[in-house]
Design a protein around this ligand. Structure first.
Ligand code: PEP
Ligand code: MG
Length: 328
């Protein structure tokens, strides 16, 4: 891997035909509480803030959070860092905040919890904002958005947090930028309210893990139905295509931060659809960059056209997998 990193390190991140592509880091997935610098990454596309919460035995204080977030923003100084607000519930329980539900994936998850507990949400937002003092790279992202009212409510709380923190900073002669605010597109209802979501948001990030799970009604962690969980299902493909087309229409930067964006075959598929920003785990970045540099967009578009005629996930995946073998 070291030699692969050295080979790709000095080259720009672009396709064989010279189209630039951003490769971003998913941080916080494993037990890595300290986020180290990946020189190949153009920034952090998804920082899962719930992970450090899960490794403690009580809610971290505002100051603990500020210190942690400051570390990441400084490590990636001058590169964007997208911090997702707390996304607990579902498959991510907090030991000190038990939630008992029959159907956790359809229950109290992500933004639903933080809007019901504005005191938790405000502490986290203020910590992120304080951590960004004097820096220009903080972006904030909301998980599990299913309706416009959630974005409006979250925006109101962000305004409140920013006013407080920025007044306090100004009294010391310091400055805190108002961050860009984006949403995860991972609940199917979001697909149908994009015209309303667009004016309220600065960027979108596709959570292909949850989007696939909810579109196909397949638990993403249940081995018994793992064979039905398939991002190459025609419904998922159409949803992903609709999203990238809408993002271009509304001029919103769009990235993919689910596992599909760290899978070489998945990235080829997404490139063919028009995606140019991918966020993935640190160990995938070198090989995705290497693969990217061997890939021709016109050839991928042609594969997509052929693949879609079949409307069969296996055929489509097979076409892109063969391309990867020939070029990877
Ligand atoms: C997703 O759902 O694709 C995603 C990136 O978020 P998480 O895996 O943390 O739910
Ligand atoms: Mg998700």
């Amino acid at each position: 891997l070291d030699s692969l990193v050295r080979t790709v390190d000095s080259h720009p991140s672009e396709t064989a035909d010279g189209t630039p592509v951003s490769l971003l880091l998913n941080a916080g997935l494993s037990a890595d509480t300290e986020i180290s610098l990946n020189h190949l990454a153009d920034g952090v596309g998804l920082y899962r803030t719930e992970i450090p919460f899960m490794l403690q035995d009580s809610f971290p204080s505002e100051w603990e959070q500020t210190a942690r977030y400051r570390g990441i923003l400084e490590t990636y100084r001058h590169r964007p860092v997208c911090m997702r607000t707390l996304d607990i519930g579902g498959d991510k329980p907090l030991p000190y905040f038990p939630i008992v539900e029959e159907n956790p994936f359809l229950g109290w998850r992500g933004i639903r919890i933080t809007l019901d507990h504005p005191e938790l949400f405000l502490v986290q937002l203020k910590a992120m904002l304080r951590a960004s003092e004097g820096l220009d790279n903080l972006a904030i992202m909301l998980p599990m958005i299913s309706s416009v009212s959630e974005i409006k409510a979250a925006r109101r709380l962000l305004d409140q947090a920013w006013r407080e923190v920025s007044d306090e900073a100004q009294s010391r002669g310091a400055e805190i930028r108002y961050p860009s605010l984006g949403v995860m597109i991972e609940v199917p209802s979001a697909l149908y309210i994009l015209p309303e979501i667009a004016p309220l948001t600065d960027f979108w990030s596709v959570g292909s893990n949850d989007l696939t799970q909810y579109l196909l009604a397949v638990d993403r962690n249940n081995a018994r139905v793992a064979n039905i969980y398939d991002a190459f299902h025609p419904a998922v493909i159409r949803a992903l295509q609709l999203l990238v087309d809408a993002a271009h229409h509304y001029q919103k930067p769009i990235s993919v931060c689910g596992e599909l964006a760290g899978d070489p075959v998945g990235v080829l598929l997404l490139l063919a659809m028009g995606y140019r920003r991918f966020s993935m785990n640190t160990h995938n970045i070198a090989r995705i960059k290497y693969m990217l540099r061997q890939s021709h967009l016109d050839e991928l578009a042609l594969l997509m056209k052929t693949g879609l005629k079949h409307d069969n996930p296996h055929v489509l995946r097979g076409l892109f997998a063969r391309y990867l073998e020939e070029h990877g």
